[in-house]
Design a protein around this ligand. Structure first.
Ligand code: ZN
Length: 164
């Protein structure tokens, strides 16, 4: 289990608080670790949370919309019941916009499969990238780096993007 840092830890030398707390996401049961950082003077005082992304939504979940949090670089799925889940993703394979790194292709690949299955296939991963077919319209849209800081798109809206 996580324990409070002792005064002799390196973190404690930089700040007067470096502690952890654990909890879990009540919807999906995923563990969450919160890390507190507070400087001696208290000028900086914040919590950073870390959790896992799922490999899939739950069996009875129905995909309703994709949420893009451009400010924090996070991608979410909203279910028909209104539950929010981090967008399922493969281990070590983040999503992104623009043309940098593998994130845009991974996101376009996921959305391609999601749209092709009419929202039914929400699993991350699949066959090797080399033999997957990423939809070019979706990839172009992802690479165009939509400017909105917060964007929520239904399956119908994603399908409209694919049609171009
Ligand atoms: Zn603390």
């Amino acid at each position: 289990m996580w324990t409070r840092d002792t005064d002799s830890s390196p973190a404690a030398l930089r700040s007067n608080c470096a502690c952890y707390r654990t909890s879990y996401d009540p919807q999906f049961g995923l563990p969450v670790v919160g890390e507190h950082y507070r400087t001696v003077g208290g000028d900086t005082d914040n919590w950073t949370y870390t959790t896992y992304t799922p490999l899939d939504l739950r069996p009875d979940d129905v995909f309703a919309s994709l949420i893009i949090d451009g400010e924090n670089g996070l991608f979410w799925a909203r279910t028909a019941d209104g539950a929010l889940s981090l967008l399922p993703q493969e281990e070590g394979c983040g999503y992104g916009f623009g043309r940098t790194g593998g994130g845009p292709t991974a996101l376009a690949d996921y959305l391609t499969k999601l749209i092709a299955s009419n929202g039914k296939d929400t699993t991350a991963g699949g066959p090797p990238y080399s033999i997957r077919t990423v939809d070019q319209q979706i990839l172009t849209w992802v690479e165009s780096k939509p400017k909105a800081r917060h964007l929520e798109l239904t399956l119908e809206e994603l399908q409209a993007i694919q049609r171009g």
